[in-house]
Ligand binder design. Structure first.
Ligand SMILES: [Ca+2]
Length: 358
């Protein structure tokens, strides 16, 4: 997500990609990175001919194995470069993010308590007064007027009582949002859900391959035009972030998971709506470590440990897709190759997930 609940609670705001850091990160990236020359010709995504469609599984899409060029074409996001070629074994992927209805079934069956619903441990927050150690999560609250995009605390607040059940805190509910993605889902919550239903979290390489929907070298999961024919194809932010949301796409916050058209593989919300956890650790230089390998990189599962130079003391997992808070002037993580990152033990009002299966 952008700002993690833990960070707000602990009062130790450190840049974290979906939040205040984004503009900074983007500008810094733009300074430091030259547009990457693609070391090979861009072609269609190559699907393995022997990997045929499978019998249907409810709510999932079979993603045929194949290879693709991973990385950010015609953009300058440093951690999404250099472009390199990846080969993947076929896999199943949920056609949408996990919805409130699906998460309700999971909790009914397991009585699982999400991290946002648990009392934070005093040892994890030694500087926080005990009376402030209450369950909650990070909620986006639009400021009344324009603010500098350098301090995410101007639009993120730690909201006691906020969780997937009541995304804006006490008084809010999901009754009218059964088909919206479950939010305030930490990595560990997502992992527990996927395991319970016999699935697993998607790898970062799988997410991008699937998000591209068979299109190679494109900026978005539907092509190179952000708004083809004047139509928004993802739930993102229009207007001046974070104080003025024009809601041109119809949604101020989350949207039903099938509100926007699917991509070429029949997958919904691979861009926008909510950030989605992947199983990979985040390293800003991970793609650079792959740059000198010859041939396709087979089924990469990410680095063995995390390192984010903007936040070196906090291990992070990769998130993908961007959210309803991403705009052209802020975040831009709906770009199909762009990478997000988050503290696996924390979440926010725009953090969700989907599962994969072998
Ligand atoms: Ca929107």
């Amino acid at each position: 997500m952008q700002m993690t609940g833990k960070k707000i609670l602990g009062g130790t705001f450190v840049v974290s990609i979906m939040g205040a850091s984004l503009l900074y990160f983007y500008l810094r990236s733009a300074r430091q990175t030259q547009l990457q020359a693609v070391p090979f010709s861009i072609s269609e995504t190559r699907l393995d001919p022997q990997d045929e469609a499978r019998p249907a599984r409810e709510g999932m899409v079979w993603i045929r194995g194949g290879s693709y060029a991973r990385g950010c074409f015609n953009c300058d996001l440093a951690d999404s470069l250099p472009i390199h070629r990846v080969r993947l074994t076929g896999f199943w992927l949920d056609e949408t993010p996990v919805t409130n209805e699906q998460f309700t079934h999971f909790v009914d069956e397991t009585h699982y308590v999400t991290i946002a619903e648990r009392v934070p441990k005093a040892e994890d927050f030694p500087d926080v007064p005990k009376d402030q150690l209450v369950p909650g999560s990070a909620v986006f609250v639009a400021p009344d007027s324009a603010v500098p995009l350098v301090n995410a605390l101007r639009w993120w607040k730690y909201q006691p009582g906020a969780s997937w059940r009541q995304p804006e805190g006490p008084g809010s509910a999901i009754a009218s949002r059964n088909d919206h993605p479950a939010v305030h889902i930490a990595f560990f919550d997502a992992e527990a859900y996927c395991k319970h239903v016999g699935k697993r979290l998607v790898t970062e390489a799988e997410f991008e391959f699937a998000a591209r929907g068979g299109l190679e070298g494109k900026l978005y999961s539907w092509g190179d035009d952000l708004k083809p024919g004047g139509r928004w194809l993802a739930n993102i932010w229009q207007g001046h972030f974070p104080n003025y949301n024009q809601v041109e796409d119809g949604y101020r916050s989350t949207s039903p998971v099938k509100a926007f058209p699917p991509n070429g593989y029949g997958l919904y919300d691979m861009s926008g709506n909510v950030w989605q956890w992947t199983s990979d650790w985040y390293r800003s230089d991970y793609y650079q470590t792959l740059a000198n390998q010859t041939g396709d990189i087979q089924d990469p599962k990410g680095p063995t440990e995390s390192f984010d130079p903007q936040d070196p003391d906090l291990p992070k997992r990769v998130q993908r897709g961007g959210s309803f808070l991403c705009s052209a002037e802020y975040c831009t993580r709906y770009l199909v190759a762009s990478r997000g990152k988050g503290d696996p033990g924390s979440a926010g009002s725009n953090t969700g997930f989907r599962c994969a299966q072998n």
